[in-house]
Ligand binder design. Sequence first.
Ligand code: ADP
Ligand code: MG
Length: 238
Amino acid sequence: MAELTLKQVRKSFGALEVIKGIDLEVASGEFVVFVGPSGCGKSTLLRIIAGLEETTSGRLTIGGKDVTYAEPSERGIAMVFQSYALYPHMTVAENIGFGLSLARRPKAEIAAKVAATAETLQLTQLLERKPKALSGGQRQRVAIGRAIVRDPKVFLFDEPLSNLDASLRAQMRLEIADLHTRLKSTMIYVTHDQVEAMTMADKIVVLNGGAVEQIGSPMELYRNPATPFVAGFIGSPK
Ligand code: ADP
Ligand code: MG
């Protein structure tokens, strides 16, 4: 079953239409990458899925339920941003558990979930540290931990690695791919980096000017790019 569907989703800011009628189906457990140049609408589309931005028209479903007008907290999604946005005065444990504290979950439940999340992300030794005492990669793992702890149906990542240096980026790519394998959850990952798209995706959605240029597996796009834009972006020989 499709975990997420978009039907003719459109978004305008004033007179400027930035999302131009997008249709998409994401299967449960799929790793989908939205790729395209800066300004093509990747973040806006992700924010629409998260419920942080209203659609101008079109419908969205998550887990078979129409969520077009649902609040972000009702959608069963969690988002990881480019900037880690950790709370500097809180420990790693408090940062990971913050959303659960806000939701007034029992203390014992929060402690158990934070411990399990830390284990998953190899953060157990760092739980009492403050963010300033962490490396960039560790901070990004804490940011991912804040998403995991809520046990979302769908993870949304908006260029989560673009602030990291090249070697750390490569390492985090592997960690996120490994996480996807272990959690078997649906992930939507936004990047402008072709290498990330080609190496991480089950399915790539190539966006250009707010519209879908092509959807396919990395190999399909590489072998059969539908347009010169896709060929140029993916780096196909033709
Ligand atoms: P990307 O993430 O692919 O770089 P964005 O989704 O951030 O692209 O932006 C797509 C287009 O929408 C850009 O032209 C951007 O200027 C415009 N845009 C995004 N958010 C707003 C907003 N809140 N108000 C007006 N224009 C916006
Ligand atoms: Mg963006």
